[in-house]
Design a protein around this ligand. Structure first.
Ligand code: PMP
Length: 436
């Protein structure tokens, strides 16, 4: 099977998983070989509802019977229904949406709106960020490195992420006072050619190592933007729609972004994203000739799925459930931390949780090889988890993002597998005399 994959597919992210999927339901994937795997990546975070929720399947089937695709300037009821529901869910003045496909595209559109609105072009992002791999989004994605993929979009600046476990300016620890934001903007102000258009942030830096922004950070960032007539863009690709225990993660700081982007978690597994802004911003952009058109803008089928996702979140009380189950998952992980010295830090919000592995709790040296070994062992034992960056030269942070419908039993199963995997891998490393 591996041969076939390597013969016919471009290896877009290194190796493929060591199995081919047959079916998936809820938190479980079944492979072609009949093995069942507990999916704590929620289909790479893209379905908060779990795999193949019957309501999503039904909505997609209904929509496909009605109309598969429309010319971009036509819309149907599902598109209008989703846009109006988003407006109703969001605080004023976020009322106007553009329905798109993947997260990268929602950010490209956000940047184009910020440029059309301000007439400027420079964009500020955080180190450890991930906003996508299309040109503009990639230029402010700093968690992956850019080696070999230049040139980047001119006027793209990085400021240090408020990584509380490892303060980037060696100033404070686990009690961020946001000096890094001041330092970052001092640098930006000196480097800028005086054409700042926007700042983009994730409320929890996810691919960069599950790093929640400290309390008050978004409010302080908004103030920095206002002082410079820039727009604040919040990217909730991973955090939106209940993942972090509130409907949107930005709510925590009581700050409303100028532009919000959502994707992964809106579509229940199908490619659906949205860029949302105020009437005031949209009106000025339209007056300034804003244009962005891709083939699948306002597509009916993903919109139907999105409406169903919002209905299920409400019907199944998934936002509250995410907060409760997130607390349970985090408590279990803290218990595991008492057993394993290698767990340096457990952090996150709701059901978006990171476990950072270290060689030594005092030095915090990242245990990247252990991270890779533990995820591989977990998979062998039937648990799928992502490994993301944290501070490893490769990666040392386990990312857990199960469906919001996850049960206590499923969490217990995952914790027991993780416990066994860490025990096995640390014994093996000790046996081979292996430091990282
Ligand atoms: N923003 C964030 C916060 C993301 O995590 C991602 C994907 N990891 C993206 C944007 C890009 O989304 P996509 O891969 O769907 O283009």
């Amino acid at each position: 099977m591996q041969d076939e994959r390597e013969r016919f597919l471009i290896r877009y992210a290194g190796d493929f998983a060591p199995f081919v999927v047959d079916t998936a339901e809820g938190a479980w994937i079944t492979t072609k070989e009949g093995e069942r795997i507990l999916d704590f990546t929620s289909g790479q975070i893209s379905s908060t509802l779990g795999h193949n929720h019957p309501k999503i399947v039904e909505a997609i089937q209904r929509s496909l019977r009605e109309v598969i695709h429309l010319n971009s300037w036509m819309v149907n009821d599902d598109v209008l229904e989703l846009a109006s529901r988003l407006a109703a869910l969001l605080p004023d003045p976020l009322v106007r949406s553009m329905l798109l496909n993947v997260g990268s595209e929602t950010n490209e559109v956000a940047f184009r709106l910020a440029k059309a609105y301000t007439g400027e072009f420079e964009m500020v992002g955080l180190t450890r960020s991930y906003h996508g791999l299309l040109a503009g989004a990639n230029s402010v994605t700093f968690s992956m490195g850019h080696k070999g993929y230049g040139p980047l979009v001119p006027g793209s600046f990085a400021i240090p992420a408020p990584y509380e476990y490892r303060c980037p300016i060696r100033h404070c620890q686990n009690a961020c006072d946001k000096l890094c934001l001041d330092v970052g903007f001092e640098t930006v102000d000196q480097a800028s050619v005086g054409s700042l258009a926007g700042m983009v942030v994730e409320p929890v830096l996810s691919t960069g190592g599950i790093i929640p922004l400290p309390d008050g950070y978004l409010a302080a960032a908004k103030q920095k933007c206002e002082e410079r007539d820039m727009l604040l863009i919040v990217d909730e690709a991973q955090t939106g729609f209940g993942r972090t225990g509130t409907m949107f993660a930005f709510e925590q700081d009581g700050v409303t972004p100028d532009i919000l982007t959502v994707s992964k978690t809106l579509g229940g597994g199908v490619p659906l994203g949205a860029t949302i802004t105020s009437a005031e911003i949209e009106d000025r952009c339209a007056d300034n000739g804003f244009m962005h058109l891709t083939t699948h803008v306002s597509d009916p089928m993903p919109a139907a799925a999105g409406v169903a996702v919002l209905e299920v979140i409400e019907e199944e009380n998934l936002v509250e459930r995410s907060a409760q189950m997130g607390e349970y998952l985090t408590a279990q992980l803290h218990e595991l931390q008492d057993l394993h010295e290698e767990i340096g830090c457990v952090r996150g919000r709701g059901l978006l949780v990171g476990v950072e592995l270290v060689v030594d709790r005092d030095t915090k040296e990242p245990a990247s090889e252990l991270g890779a070994a533990v995820t591989a062992e977990c998979l062998r034992l039937g648990l799928s988890m992502n490994i993301v960056k944290g501070d490893g030269p490769q990666r040392n942070c386990l990312r857990m993002a199960p469906p919001l419908s996850i049960t206590h039993e499923e969490i217990d199963t995952a914790i027991s597998i993780l416990d066994r995997a860490i025990t096995t891998c640390t014994k093996q490393r000790a046996g081979s005399g292996g430091a990282e």
